[in-house]
Design a protein around this ligand. Sequence first.
Ligand code: ASP
Length: 300
Amino acid sequence: MPKHLLDTERLTTDDINALLDEASTYLSPTGGVRSLTQPLLGQTIVLAFFEPSTRTRLSFEMAAKKLGATVLQFTPEGSSVGKGESLHETFRTIEAMGVDAIVIRHAVDGVHRELATWTRMSVLNAGEGRTAHPTQALLDASTLRERVGSLEGLRVAIVGDIAHSRVARSNVDVLTKCGATVVLCAPDALLPAEPWVDRYERCATIDDAMRTANVVCMLRMQRERFEAGLAIDLEAYRASYALTTARAMATPNVLVMHPGPVNVGVELDAGVLELSQTIIHRQVTHGVAVRMAVLRHHLV
Ligand code: ASP
C-alpha cells in the first residue's frame, strides 16, 4: 500500500478489503474497539486540522493512541500561521521535528497532494475541500459490511447536498469498487456539474430512494461551502429530500447512514436517530477501527 492516503482512487479493491479486514479485527464483539498490540510505539503522528472536526479528529487520535503512537495536535489558531508563516514552512517545521505521519484536514484542494510530493512524513487525508474524505468512505464500507455481510449487489442511495460533499465523492468510488450500485438523489442545485455524476443512476426523491434502495447515506447541507448566490428553499428541500421519522419507519429494512455532523430538522429528523435501522453511531465506532487499520498500513 502507498505511504500516503490521499484519496480512495489510488486504492485497489484488494487494498480496501485488506483495510476493512484489519479493521474488523479491532472491533470487539461487545461493541467497542480494542487494541491488541501497540505496533506504532515510538512513532509520532501530528493531527493538523485547518477546518472544524469532532469525530474525525478524535477518532484519529484514539486510533493512534490505541496503537501506541504519540499524538501531537497542531491547531492553526494560535500557531505561527497567524504570524504569516506559509503553509509550506509550517509543514517543514513539523517534519523537522521527526514526525512520522501528518493527518490533515484542509479546505483547499491539493494541499495534501502537494505536501506528499516532497515530505518524508506519511500524509493521511482527513478531509480535503469538497474532493476527498477517504477514511469516511472506508468506515462507511466497514459499517455496512458488518451489517450486511457483503456490499456486492447492495443498492446505496446518497441523498442530499452532493455538490459540496467530499464524503459523496469518496463514497461513490469505494462503494462501486466493493460491488455496490450507487444511486444519487439531490435537487439539481445540489448536484455537481461534473462528468462523474453521469455514471450513476439518479433517484428523484427520498421517497423513491427509500422504496428502491437497501441503504440511504444522508448528507448534511454544507452551507459553509455554498457559492455566493446559492439559495435553497428549506421547506421545498425537506418535502422531497429530508428523512423524516415517518418516512424511515415506513421502510424499516432500509439502513440509514450519515457521516455527521447531523443537522437535525434539516436533512434528518431527531426520531430517526433512535431507530434500529439507523447505524450512524456504529459508523463512529467503525471510524476508530478503520483509522487504526489505515495508520498501521501506512506507518509500519
Ligand atoms: N464530516 C464530513 C466532512 O468532513 C461531512 C460533513 O461535514 O457534513 O465532510
